[in-house]
Design a protein around this ligand. Structure first.
Ligand code: DSN
Length: 414
């Protein structure tokens, strides 16, 4: 615990206790939520830094308030690192590190590029898309006209049918990049389809940005017109988002971030993102990204040995989507049981799910957080075995929890 935390214990013991309990919960359990990760201590230090104070509406060197000397340097540095991480140049690409989160960032992009009611082509939510990608429950699906594409029965993207649909529907924008798709995305194919029908391509790489930067998933550049990514998943940054677009689209999109939808950017978050991007540029991060994918692959093959059905039959990235129907248990029940055993997952819809989003037929597992803790093949095998035991023998959850805690004690949270 840091000195500052000791201060909090004195000034606000109630909140200090909750922080301590949350810390212990993490330490004693394995976090297999595919979208969560542990940032480094350096990222967290930057997040708690003096940059939390400053209002900085505007863009670097074009602000509304005084006192921006270091803010401008900070934001420019974070932008430079973002471009470097994706191997892009500032002549052709523009970056904005101010979006507060992924869902508003997607909306800012849509509002920047489209007229309301324009058509967008996006993956249907229960097939692995995201709420902010044209779901009717979100403004992205209410203010624009979504047309959905679907995974094929095997759980893979079907580029031919996506192309046919694009030709038929002539959307103004196509979205690629998902929350629960365990396979490589062919961004080049998406780019060609978008070009053929005169649509913009928006790639939402939130889940796989760390894998792209780490060289274990193909980059969407130069195929995409605009990329949106959250910054806290495989990238291991703070909660937040960023947008990178073709230079000529900057004038359309960035004013929707500020002043369109947001006020002052969270400069402490931008400081922490700069640190995370700096870390992502190191050889150690490449190794980390490779290990995430390796760990997911081992988990998938072990689970298959135990008779679990995996959507698409396996994984190429950081996540595994289990179809639980042959195990006669729903996603909700499995999530609850596993949590009792100290294995934290999330219930998830599977393509063509007969269940509902509140009680779907699948669970989603991801390896970014356990890989950050240093777990490797051996630990993945143990965890897959425990998942199997708990699902088949719910009565053993407590006993397994002890084993999970013992394992976790050897792998500290950074
Ligand atoms: N909630 C995130 C995920 O789990 O994929 C996306 O917003």
């Amino acid at each position: 615990m840091t000195e500052d935390f000791n201060m909090l214990k004195k000034t606000d013991p109630k909140i200090a206790k909750l922080i301590e309990q949350e810390q212990k919960r993490h330490q004693d359990t394995v976090d297999l939520i595919a979208s969560e990760n542990y940032p480094s201590k350096s990222v967290r230090e930057a997040l708690g830094s003096i940059f939390v104070v400053k209002y900085a509406e505007g863009r670097p060197h074009k602000r509304y308030y005084g006192g921006q000397e270091y803010i401008d340097k900070l934001e420019t540095l974070a932008e430079e690192r973002a471009l470097k991480a994706f191997k892009l140049d500032s002549q052709n690409w523009a970056v904005n590190v101010q979006p507060l989160s992924g869902a508003p960032a997607n909306y800012e992009i849509l509002r920047g590029l489209l007229d309301t009611s324009d058509k967008i082509l996006c993956l249907h939510l229960p097939h692995g898309g995201h709420l902010s990608q044209g779901s009717k429950a979100s403004l992205s699906g209410q203010d624009f006209t979504p047309v959905y594409y679907y995974l094929n029965k095997d759980g893979f993207l079907d580029y031919e049918s996506i192309e046919e649909l694009a030709v038929k529907e002539k959307p103004k924008l196509i979205i690629a990049g998902y929350t629960a798709y365990p396979r490589i995305i062919d961004f080049e194919k998406f780019g060609k389809i978008a070009k053929k029908v005169g649509a913009y391509l928006l790639t939402d790489t939130s889940h796989i940005t760390g894998l792209i930067i780490g060289g274990v998933h193909p980059s969407p550049f130069p195929w995409t017109d605009v990329l949106m990514t959250t910054t806290h998943k495989t990238l291991r940054g703070p909660r937040g988002a960023m947008i990178i677009c073709r230079k000529e689209l900057e004038e359309k999109i960035f004013p929707k971030v500020f002043p369109g939808l947001q006020g002052g950017p969270h400069m402490h978050t931008i400081a922490a993102l700069g640190v995370a991007l700096g870390e992502a540029l190191t050889p150690a991060f490449k190794k980390y990204a490779r290990q995430i994918v390796k760990n997911a692959g081992i988990s998938a093959s072990e689970l298959k040995k135990y008779g679990f059905d995996l959507v698409s039959g396996g994984t190429d990235n950081h996540l595994v989507l289990i179809d639980l129907r042959n195990k006669n248990i729903t996603g909700k029940h499995a999530q609850e049981l596993l949590e009792k055993a100290g294995i934290v997952t999330n219930k998830n819809t599977i393509p063509y799910d007969p269940g509902t989003p509140f009680d779907p037929s699948g669970i989603r597992l991801g390896t970014p957080a356990v890989t950050t803790r240093g777990m490797k093949e051996k630990e993945m095998k143990l965890i897959a075995g425990w998942i199997n035991e708990v699902i088949n023998n719910p009565g053993r959850a407590k006993e397994i929890r002890k084993k999970v805690e013992k394992l976790c004690s050897k792998f500290l949270i950074p």
